[in-house]
Write a protein that binds this ligand. Structure first.
Ligand SMILES: [Zn+2]
Length: 479
């Protein structure tokens, strides 16, 4: 196993990853604000953190991972008030949609899914702790963080605070602050909108305090890893550091890992450009969850990902090639042993795969290792030099591969059905295909060739190609 190195935004360097407690990792991910469906830019970050999660586990580390749902936010509170429903009722639809999108994309559930609205007391306590250390001041019923009191401010994002003039608007707050840079920890209630009555007064928490309070409640005062999209580094993560470290006097997160932006066809994604996509928009166009996961995972997280429909077609083909290869290994009849020692190449591929991921999660290198192996193995199979021992080794490679990339299982049709979409290829699952093949085999055995041809034709129309082997067995693949 290679040494794991990760790029730490805090140091600006790619460093060996060494957890605080050997063998254990405590990780926090900023989750979505649940006032709308999450879009593919959001899911780029969530797929990246899933790859990181899965790879840490593959390395045998015990992971405790918390991810929040921001269900308190100015937009949520205003929208819920306008709709005359409670916050919980307003956000529930988007929370469930987010969970369903995560399942479809193979994003593993963290050990703790936590909602901001369930943790108001922890936020209030953290604000009180900051109050006692004089990091706060009150103004017009709101409570602000006094950045001048925290000399380390800016160490994560390297933001130059001298450019922020007094009176400039960093936050869209209409309240009086000592400095334009200061941010709200607790916001005074607005007429007609939801608020909590607490010992620090009526109001609602600011966004930044939510993450600090919840991360420390579940993971302790010093976390190993904090992840998020690069756009969160300033001011959100900078403010999390100021709050947590101001209160505890200890380092908050040891490794800050940020995923780069996503572009769509070379442009910034925006509703006004008409290139803004949720997962559902893409499923409605006939794309599969596995292809989307593959497309989002294939570009290393620190590189900008240019999402294109050509790229999505390629991802669809790549997933099909991987599944067809897995099918070939499963269905093939191979000679015993390893006639040409191919399993050695499999061992080398596994090394290259792990080496890619260990190098700051270079998914492009890891995928390259898989496709090199696939090509060489197909050539070896075609030449009859590929034995059972080689097949077993290649299957172990695919199992390790799929612990990370999670695209081999032929379950797109079922996932799309769960989301209420019909699959473009008629939705035949692996089990459906095998049942049809068994039916066709039975027809052939009773010499009913008309029926056998009919089944072959029907499968072909639904994108399934059958190849009859000399020994009477049948191999199938998707077009
Ligand atoms: Zn956060």
């Amino acid at each position: 196993m290679h040494e794991l190195r990760l790029h730490n935004t805090l140091s600006g360097k790619t460093e060996p990853f060494v957890p605080l407690v050997p063998g254990e990792v405590r990780m926090y991910t900023c989750g979505p604000t649940v006032y709308d469906y999450a879009h593919i830019g959001n899911f780029r970050t969530f797929v990246f953190q899933d790859i990181l999660r899965r790879y840490l586990k593959q390395r045998g580390l015990k992971l405790t991972h918390a991810m929040n749902l921001t269900d308190v936010d100015d937009r949520i509170i205003a929208n819920a008030a306008a709709a005359k429903v409670g916050i919980r009722e307003y956000t529930e639809k988007y929370v469930q949609a987010f969970f369903a999108d995560c399942r479809a994309l193979g994003i593993q559930a963290p050990e703790h899914w936590i909602r901001a609205t369930d943790h108001i007391p922890a936020m209030v306590q953290l604000i009180e702790r900051l109050e006692r250390k004089e990091f706060t001041y009150a103004s017009d019923g709101s409570i602000y963080y006094r950045i001048a009191k925290f000399p380390g401010y800016g160490k994560l994002s390297k933001v130059d605070l001298s450019g922020i003039q007094a009176g400039a608007r960093v936050d869209n707050d209409r309240y009086e602050k000592e400095s334009a840079r200061d941010f709200a920890l607790w916001k005074a209630p607005k007429p007609g909108e939801h608020f909590w009555n607490t010992q620090i007064g009526p109001g609602r928490p600011g966004w930044h305090i939510e993450c600090s309070a919840m991360a420390m409640q579940y993971l302790g005062e010093t976390l190993d890893i904090h992840t998020g999209g690069v756009d969160l580094a300033f001011p959100h993560h900078e403010n999390e550091i100021a709050q947590s470290e101001g209160a505890t006097g200890k380092p908050f997160a040891r490794y800050w890992i940020h995923a780069e932006h996503l572009l769509v066809e070379g442009e910034k994604m925006s509703k006004s450009l008409g290139n803004f996509y949720t997962m559902r928009d893409l499923y409605a166009k006939g794309y599969k969850p596995s292809a989307l996961r593959y497309a989002l995972a294939s570009v290393p997280y620190r590189r900008q990902l240019n999402f294109t429909f050509d790229g999505l077609e390629q991802a669809t083909n790549s997933v099909a090639r991987l599944r067809n290869f897995a099918g070939r290994l499963k269905q093939g009849k191979f000679p015993t042993g390893s006639p040409a020692g191919f399993h050695q190449q499999v061992a080398e591929a596994l090394q290259a795969f792990d080496g890619g991921l260990a190098d700051d999660l270079n998914t492009a290198v890891a995928l390259g290792a898989a496709f090199d192996l696939l090509r060489e193995a197909n050539t070896s199979i075609d030449s009859g030099q590929f034995g059972q021992e080689d097949a077993a080794a290649a299957q172990r490679f695919l199992a390790a591969f799929d612990e990370i990339f999670a695209v081999l299982e032929d379950d797109d049709a079922a996932k799309l059905a769960e989301l209420g979409f019909a699959a473009a290829d008629g939705g035949l699952s692996e089990g459906d295909v095998e049942a049809r093949i068994a039916e066709r085999q039975a027809a052939r055995q009773r010499r009913d060739f008309a029926r056998s041809d009919e089944i072959r034709k029907e499968l072909a129309e639904r994108g399934i190609i059958l190849e009859d082997n000399k020994d009477g067995s049948v191999r199938w693949k998707r077009k």
